[in-house]
Design a protein around this ligand. Structure first.
Ligand code: SAM
Length: 342
C-alpha cells in the first residue's frame, strides 16, 4: 500500500511537472505515452516509440546488449530500448531536467544513464562502447554530419549496429526540377529515382526544405529570428547517406527513403541500418583528409639542399678546412683531384 501511494505521489508530481507547469511544457518536444493514460506534453512529435523502433528494424529483444540513444531529447526511444532489455545510455546536448527526460525516468523507475554532451565530443574513453547506436533525427541538425558519423563509429564494438534516421533532399529537389522544367507529374517518379541514386547533399542555409523552425513555447511573433532558423543543415539523398556510412567504417549498409512513424507519415525520411566494418576501426582518426605532400623526389631534394655529399667528401673537407691561407689554393687543387664534381 505504501509503495502504491509512493508511486501515485511520484506520478502526480511528474504529471504536474510535465503537464501543468507551463515552464516545463515549453521545452517538451515529444508527446508519448509514459504509462497508460499519462502522456508527455510534447508539442512537436506525437510518437509511438515501439512502432518507430520497429520500423527502423531494431530487434524486439535487446537483452544483454548495450545501447546508446544519441539525440534522446524527451527519451521516447531511450526508454523503449530499455524496455526491450538493453542497458541504455542517452546522449544529448539538452538538460534532462528541462526536457521531460528526467521526469519520465522517475515515473518509470528507470536505470538508464543520461550523458549531457555533444556527439562531436563523444568518445569510447568516456562513454564506453555499444552493441547498438540509435542516431535518429540528429544528423541534419549538425553542420558536420560526417564527423558525427565517424564519432559514432568509434562508439560501436566490432559486432555493433547503427540505426540511423533523418531528412532527405530527394523529394524537394525532384519537385524543384520538375517545376523548373515544367515536367508532367508522371515523370516525378523517374526524376526522384535518378536523384536519389546520386550521392548529393543539400546544405539548407536558407531553410528551404523544412522552413523556419520555432523554439518550443515561443510564438513566431516574439521569437528572435536566429532562434527560428538554422536548425536544419544537411539533407542527403539515400545514396549520399549510404556513402557517408561506407566511408566512415560501416559495411552492409542499407538505407531507404520512406514515410515513417517518427514523423507521422507526413513526408519521406531516410531510415538506415549499418554494421560495423571491423577492418576499418577508426576512419575519422586521420589528421587530414587530404594527402600531404612529402619531399620524396630526389631531384627536388637536390634543388633545396644541393647534391648529396659523399662520406669521402666530408672527410676531405674536414681535412682541409683549417689550413693556413697560403695553402688553401693548393688544397683546392688536391680536393678537385680527389672529388672532381665538388
Ligand atoms: C529532432 S530531435 C530528435 C529526437 C529523437 N531522437 C527523435 O528522433 O525523435 C534532435 C535531437 O538531437 C539533439 N542534438 C542536436 N545536436 C546535437 C549534438 N551535437 N549532439 C547530441 N545531440 C544533439 C537535440 O538536442 C535533439 O534532442
Amino acid at each position: 500500500m505504501a509503495r502504491r501511494n509512493d508511486r501515485r505521489r511520484r506520478v502526480l508530481a511528474v504529471r504536474r511537472e510535465v503537464r501543468e507547469d507551463p515552464q516545463s511544457t515549453r521545452s517538451c518536444y515529444h508527446k508519448y505515452e509514459v504509462e497508460p493514460g499519462l502522456f508527455t506534453p510534447g508539442q512537436f512529435l506525437e510518437v509511438s516509440p515501439k512502432l518507430c523502433l520497429d520500423e527502423l528494424g531494431v530487434p524486439q529483444s535487446l537483452s544483454g546488449l548495450r545501447a546508446l540513444d544519441i539525440g534522446a531529447f524527451d527519451g521516447p526511444f531511450t526508454f523503449e530500448l530499455e524496455r526491450r532489455g538493453a542497458q541504455v545510455t542517452a546522449l544529448d546536448i539538452q538538460d534532462p531536467d528541462i526536457t521531460a527526460f528526467n521526469a519520465v525516468k522517475k515515473i518509470k523507475n528507470s536505470s538508464v544513464n543520461y550523458v549531457r554532451g555533444s556527439v562531436y565530443e563523444a568518445c569510447p574513453e568516456t562513454l564506453g562502447v555499444y552493441d547498438i547506436v540509435l542516431f535518429a533525427g540528429v544528423y541534419y541538425h549538425l553542420k558536420n554530419p560526417v564527423l558525427a558519423v565517424q564519432r559514432v563509429r568509434t562508439l560501436l564494438n566490432d559486432r555493433g549496429v547503427l540505426f540511423i534516421e533523418g531528412t532527405s533532399a530527394t523529394d524537394y529537389l525532384a519537385e524543384q526540377l520538375s517545376n523548373e522544367f515544367g515536367l508532367p507529374r508522371s515523370r516525378m517518379r523517374t526524376i526522384t529515382q535518378i536523384l536519389d541514386r546520386l550521392p548529393l547533399s543539400y546544405f539548407d542555409f536558407e531553410d528551404r526544405i523544412y522552413g523556419p523552425w520555432e523554439v518550443p513555447g515561443t510564438r513566431s511573433g516574439d521569437c528572435a529570428p536566429q532562434l527560428r532558423s538554422g536548425q536544419n543543415w544537411w539533407f542527403p539523398t539515400t545514396r549520399c547517406l549510404e556513402m557517408i556510412l561506407l566511408d566512415s567504417g560501416f559495411c552492409n549498409v542499407c538505407c531507404k527513403l520512406e514515410l515513417n512513424a517518427i514523423y507521422n507519415y507526413t513526408h519521406r525520411r531516410l531510415m538506415g541500418r549499418a554494421e560495423v566494418d571491423p577492418a576499418k576501426s577508426d576512419p575519422g582518426n586521420r589528421k587530414h583528409e587530404n594527402w600531404v605532400a612529402e619531399q620524396d623526389f630526389p631531384i627536388l631534394n637536390e634543388l633545396v639542399t644541393g647534391p648529396p655529399r659523399s662520406a669521402t667528401g666530408a672527410a676531405v673537407r674536414r681535412l682541409f678546412w683549417k689550413l693556413p691561407p697560403g695553402l688553401q689554393r693548393a688544397a683546392r687543387r688536391v680536393r678537385r683531384t680527389l672529388q672532381p664534381s665538388s
